[in-house]
Design a protein around this ligand. Structure first.
Ligand code: NDP
Ligand code: DXP
Ligand code: MN
Length: 388
């Protein structure tokens, strides 16, 4: 069997590190072709020395010398900068590009891989939130498979196998509710990043962990599901499920519901996407029903966690609305992580930015880039005026 040559864009992040663990456990199946990082040169070097890729890219050009000096006598090519990420994503030697960069920055390399005709294992949900129409249309034209890595979308993908899309009534995305499930604004007004970073079930990067706490993550995931599975807005529902055992569900035309479940670990959806269509054996801990006598479900509180309502409105508005929202969200999450703004102020800034940046009904890719920039400029201005 030919080994699949994997490029991990964002190998130093939470998804990237777990992907390397999956790959290390299956040396008969996978080799590493490319690894990329933004700031973490030390970990990128360590990963490269272990996995011996053809090339690495360090996004931050100031770290090029450090990476080059560590790897130049190992026969590993070293590149730096955002342009290199896009160019190397187009290498024909890559069988699967794992898109695990965080945020809008993941869009350009992913488009480049799709343009080349390379299968994409997609963790970076922001790519579809920002420009889902363009990304999916390009994938259709280039006949490229986009394999979901996000746990909910992997669940839906698995539930849909063998089922015609026209027989789908709706998808039901499960949400843990985050660390502040059940809390009200009088509590949320005082929460700090240390508490918000304590996700009840998943260990993830900082940005997505804050998104889970505000429920923005579920809003982003509704938009991601819309594009991935060609759904109408009204076919996408969210239910709070605090245990994160059911990863998501699909309800069909006859009312039957299929759910995909298991312990909350990203290794399974990562392995499933990389190994697809095979299910690879592993030693991951198994779910035991006896340890979970009760699974709970409830409606999301969109009055308190307004980010979810904002994202639903953006999804329905279409055009560049979700792109503007995403850019504002990336800026406010960063500011919250730096203790520059409060938890509830994140939502206020996003709303103000969305009211300010011009709506475009049918954006081009360039329009998306410009909307992203305009939203960030406006968000930065609003954030800098906040005193906490
Ligand atoms: N973590 C999880 O369990 C899940 C994550 N996702 C999605 O996967 C993506 C990655 O998440 P996660 O792994 O948690 O994120 P992390 O923050 O842990 O890692 C992000 C990765 O992207 C790199 N990176 C950050 N900024 C840039 C940039 N501007 N240009 C190039 N590379 C950059 C980082 O490099 P460096 O560290 O070197 O700076 C790092 O390798 C996100 O879109 C997230 O929503 C989806 C489902 C679950
Ligand atoms: C692991 C994963 O896919 C995350 O997106 C996770 O679902 C976040 O949990 P929430 O349900 O709290 O947003
Ligand atoms: Mn998810």
């Amino acid at each position: 069997m030919n080994k699949k040559r994997i490029a991990i864009f964002g190998s130093t992040g939470s998804v990237g590190i777990q992907a390397l663990e999956v790959i290390a456990a299956h040396p008969d199946r996978f080799t590493i072709e490319v690894l990329t990082a933004q700031q973490n040169a030390a970990l990128l070097i360590e990963q490269a020395l272990k996995f011996n890729p053809n090339a690495v890219v360090i996004g931050n050009e100031a770290k090029y010398e450090e990476v080059k000096n560590a790897l130049f006598d190992k026969g590993i090519k070293v590149f730096a900068g955002a342009k290199a990420l896009v160019e190397i994503a187009a290498w024909s030697s890559i069988d699967i590009m794992l898109a695990a960069i965080m945020g809008f920055a993941g869009l350009a390399p992913t488009l480049s891989a799709i343009e080349q005709g390379t299968t994409v294992a997609l963790a970076n949900k922001e790519t579809l939130v920002v420009a889902g129409d363009i990304v999916m249309e390009l994938a259709r034209r280039r006949n490229v498979a986009i394999l979901p890595v996000d746990s909910e979308h992997s669940a839906i993908f698995q539930c849909l196998l063998g089922e015609p899309l026209r027989q789908v009534e709706k998808v039901i995305l499960t949400a843990s509710g985050g660390p502040f499930l059940g809390k009200k604004p009088n509590f949320l007004i005082n929460v700090k990043k240390d508490h918000a970073l304590q996700h009840p079930n998943w260990s993830m990067g900082a940005k997505i962990t804050i998104d889970s706490a505000t429920l923005m993550n579920k809003g982003l995931e509704m938009i991601e599901a819309k594009w991935l599975f060609a759904l109408k807005d009204e076919q996408i529902e969210v239910v709070i499920h605090p245990q994160s055992i059911i990863h998501s569900m699909v309800q069909f035309a006859d009312g039957s519901i299929k759910a995909q479940m298991g312990l909350p670990s990203m290794k399974l959806p990562i392995q499933y996407a990389l190994g697809f269509p095979d299910r690879l054996e592993n030693d991951f801990p198994r779910f035991n029903f006896k340890n979970y006598p009760v699974l709970n479900f409830e409606q999301p509180d969109v009055k308190t966690f307004r980010n979810l309502a904002i994202a639903i409105d953006a999804m329905k508005a279409g055009g560049n609305a979700a792109c503007i929202m995403n850019a504002a969200n990336e800026e406010v999450v960063l500011a919250f992580l730096k203790n520059r703004i409060g938890f509830l102020q994140m939502t206020e800034v996003i709303e103000e930015v969305m009211a300010k940046v011009a709506f475009i009904e049918k954006p081009s890719l360039n329009d998306y880039y410009e909307s992203d920039q305009a939203a960030r400029r406006h968000a930065t201005k609003l954030i800098s005026a906040i005193v906490i």
